[in-house]
Write a protein that binds this ligand. Structure first.
Ligand code: PEP
Ligand code: MN
Length: 337
């Protein structure tokens, strides 16, 4: 770490800091400038205590880390991109992965029709929430166990893999019986007990970025999964909360490029929650591919006008088929299949 001492600090105060750096386990290497001293503290920041506590000394101006806080998800730890095996579907490899399906599982007819339609267009993973995290308790909360039963049926009939959200650490086992990917939603991205329970389930996890979560916090949330023994993590950018009102969220494509650079984990983009408007979904998919996403998760409904959740952002079957056609040149340009 780097400890910057305030200008013109007396020698005894500088020595006080140097002594403390040593007590905390680092080898201090002071650099005495004309007005100011900087102490390079040499040691493994990930196993030694942080020196940020030295800010308690009035003579310390700043303390900076050198190493990344997310050590397992960092690209430094694993320079090649990870490929996550979702029951035979490789995510993060040369093949771009399409996940699609309704926001919520509403009925057998709705789910099965959608599953067959998205499969016909090229999706390999079916999405659909059985448990829904709704802002209002009066809104549709999902079909729960019946929704899981329908997802299992859709999987059996179509062969599609399933991604579905788990809201509570107490539901992980039940959801993992049906899900090939456990989705941890934006509202739960720092529910650490849920993350630990998902890690223990050993199923791949799609970790949505929280709506006001910094990239570092998102990567540290992924670290909970990795550090608890589950390397099968997919990051998912789904838009962050900003001042803008023309869109529900602001899809942060820069974060996708940064996540790809900083981490070896595959990154999936959810343009549906990302903008909250069906008319923008295709455009954002093209952008997502261009910035290096490894896959997309798209909300598709037989008749979005009748959807029990998120109707405004779901595309219909024709919309999804158009989307798959329109992203083709972007996939070729990005050298993805
Ligand atoms: C969803 O995928 O329908 C959903 C609720 O996602 P998020 O957690 O990103 O809001
Ligand atoms: Mn939704």
């Amino acid at each position: 770490m780097i400890v910057v001492i305030r200008p013109h600090a007396p020698a005894n105060e500088i020595d006080e800091v140097i002594r403390e750096v040593e007590v905390l386990g680092y080898a201090p290497a002071p650099i005495h400038g004309e007005n100011q001293t900087v102490v390079a503290a040499i040691g493994d920041e990930n196993s030694l205590p942080t020196l940020e506590s030295l800010l308690a000394f009035p003579q310390v101006e700043r303390v900076m880390r050198v190493q990344k806080r997310y050590r397992l998800s960092s690209r430094e730890a694993h320079p090649a991109g990870s490929i996550v095996d979702v029951d035979g579907v490789a995510v993060g490899g040369p093949k771009f992965v399409l996940m699609a399906g309704p926001c919520s599982v509403e009925s057998e007819k709705q789910l099965l029709e959608t599953a067959f339609a998205v499969k016909d267009s090229g999706a390999v993973i079916l999405r659909g929430g059985a448990y829904k995290p709704r802002t209002s308790p009066y809104e549709f909360q999902g079909l729960g166990p019946e929704g899981l039963r329908l997802l299992a049926k859709a999987k059996k009939e179509t062969g599609l893999k399933i991604v579905t959200e788990v809201l509570s650490e107490f539901d992980v086992e039940k959801v993992a019986e049906v899900a090939d990917i456990l989705q941890v939603g934006a509202r739960n991205c720092q529910n650490f007990q849920l993350l630990i329970a998902c890690a223990k389930a050993k199923k791949p996890v799609l970790l949505k970025r929280g709506m006001s979560q910094r990239i570092e916090e998102w990567l540290l949330a992924s670290e909970y999964l990795l550090a608890n023994g589950n390397p099968k993590v997919l990051l998912c950018e789904r838009g962050i909360r900003t001042f803008e009102t023309y869109t529900r969220n602001t899809l942060d494509l820069a974060a996708v490029a940064i996540a790809k650079r900083e981490s070896h984990l595959p990154v999936i983009v959810d343009p549906s929650q990302g903008c909250g408007r069906a008319d923008l979904v295709i455009t954002l998919c093209c952008g997502a591919i261009s910035v290096g996403a490894d896959g997309l998760i798209i909300e598709v409904h037989p008749n979005p006008a009748e959807a029990l959740s998120d109707g405004q952002q779901q595309v219909n079957f024709k919309g999804f088929a158009d989307l798959v056609r329109q992203i083709e040149p972007y996939l070729t340009a990005a050298k993805r299949k």
